[in-house]
Design a protein around this ligand. Structure first.
Ligand SMILES: Nc1ncnc2c1ncn2[C@@H]1O[C@H](COP(=O)(O)OP(=O)(O)OP(=O)(O)O)[C@@H](O)[C@H]1O
Ligand SMILES: [Mg+2]
Length: 343
């Protein structure tokens, strides 16, 4: 691929419960990133409450964009394009970021680029703070991308920028969803991923052997059997009025998830002739998962920095840069797409 033209992108993200803005140069160098999380607002519901989320985005989005520009010591005149999450996500949340982006595009005359949130998670692996020297090499194609987030778990083969062949996906719960549900079973706070990781640090991953749904012959995942196995064990401890070994259960559950994700991703990379592996999405923040992928020697691995694993706007600006540089801009009548598969 020829070198792409340099560009500075303002990214805006509001697909779920984070309002975020970022300024990124050339798809890689992060000049500023601001994220307003609503986790505390939703924690009492044990999950995201859609109407509360969209109203909070309305209150926050303007200040978040202003803050990102201020952090980068730039004004809107200094950016080349505005990238915004178009979907998938909560409709009422998506429209807030979309309308903000449209307003800015209209006022400034800058091009508007709609980005798939899942594409954003994948492109988070391209991003590094602006002062990173030397800049690590960019991911190379063909690339096997494992996307594991709160709403998605899928394996995509990328043969080039913006080209995705979905090999498989979860048949039931997403990996992040499984972490969240199992955390609830264990009485751990929302969001479940970080709580399980913390509890697991004190536990023995070999204490319980939980089932691994390998679904041989397909590249799909399934986590509901694993969740049910944890539920059964929790009930049996309760029936016998024994204290719940939370740390051991968390560690054994986490080990089972990591094992399945690692073995299936490596097998797919071999089968489809990938040169490298990329892991992204909220669950890629998991320490055990990162360690397992970094410990294997077979494929070079790209994993976003910790702050870019969960929702942020740097990833939207990164995917937006490649869309913009490759000539994919959108018009001001673009609608949001609450359901929008990557491939
Ligand atoms: N350290 C961790 N270990 C495991 N899971 C984690 C960790 N940190 C976050 N997660 C999980 O990541 C998920 C949130 O990720 P993300 O923000 O990418 O999801 P989302 O945006 O809600 O979903 P999607 O991107 O599919 O629309 C939650 O399910 C959370 O429990
Ligand atoms: Mg996400």
């Amino acid at each position: 691929m020829p070198d792409l033209a340099p560009a500075r992108i303002l990214g805006i993200e509001s697909s779920c419960d984070e309002t975020a803005a970022a300024i990124l140069e050339n798809g890689r160098l992060l000049l500023a990133s601001t994220v307003a999380s609503q986790i505390d607002l939703h924690a009492r519901y044990g999950g995201v409450f859609p109407e509360v989320a969209s109203r909070q985005h309305i209150r926050t989005v303007y200040a978040i964009v202003e803050q990102a520009l201020q952090q980068a010591h730039l004004t809107l005149a200094d950016v080349d394009a505005i990238a915004v999450t178009r979907g998938p996500g909560l409709a009422g949340s998506l429209v807030v970021g979309m309308n903000m982006a449209k307003g800015l595009a209209l006022a400034s005359g800058k091009p508007l680029v709609g980005v798939n949130h899942l594409e954003g998670h994948i492109y988070s692996a391209w991003v590094h703070p602006a002062n990173t020297t030397p800049l690590p090499p960019a991911p190379q194609f063909p690339l096997l991308a494992l996307l594991v987030s709160g709403g998605h778990s899928e394996l995509n083969l990328m043969t080039d920028h913006l080209h995705y062949q979905r090999l498989g996906a979860t048949l039931d719960d997403a990996a992040g969803e499984a972490f969240d549900k199992v955390a609830r079973l264990l009485g751990l706070p929302y969001p479940g991923g970080p709580s399980i990781q913390k509890a697991a640090a004190e536990g023995n991953p070999q204490a319980f052997h939980f089932p691994r749904a390998r679904l041989d012959g397909t590249w799909n995942f399934s986590f509901s059997g694993l969740k049910t196995a944890v539920l059964r064990l929790v009930r049996s401890f309760e029936e016998q009025q024994q204290p719940l070994p939370v740390a051991d259960l968390a560690a054994s559950f986490q080990e089972a998830v990591v094992d399945v994700l690692l073995t299936k991703t490596l097998a797919a990379a071999r089968q489809f002739g990938a040169q490298q592996i990329l892991v992204a999405g909220g669950v890629s923040a998991n320490r055990a998962l990162r360690q397992a992928f970094l410990n294997q020697q077979e494929f070079p691995v790209h994993i976003p920095s910790l702050s870019l694993c969960t929702d942020n706007a740097a990833m939207i600006a990164a995917a937006g840069y490649f869309r913009y540089a490759l000539g994919h801009c959108d018009s001001l009548d673009m609608d949001v797409l609450p359901t929008w598969p990557l491939s």
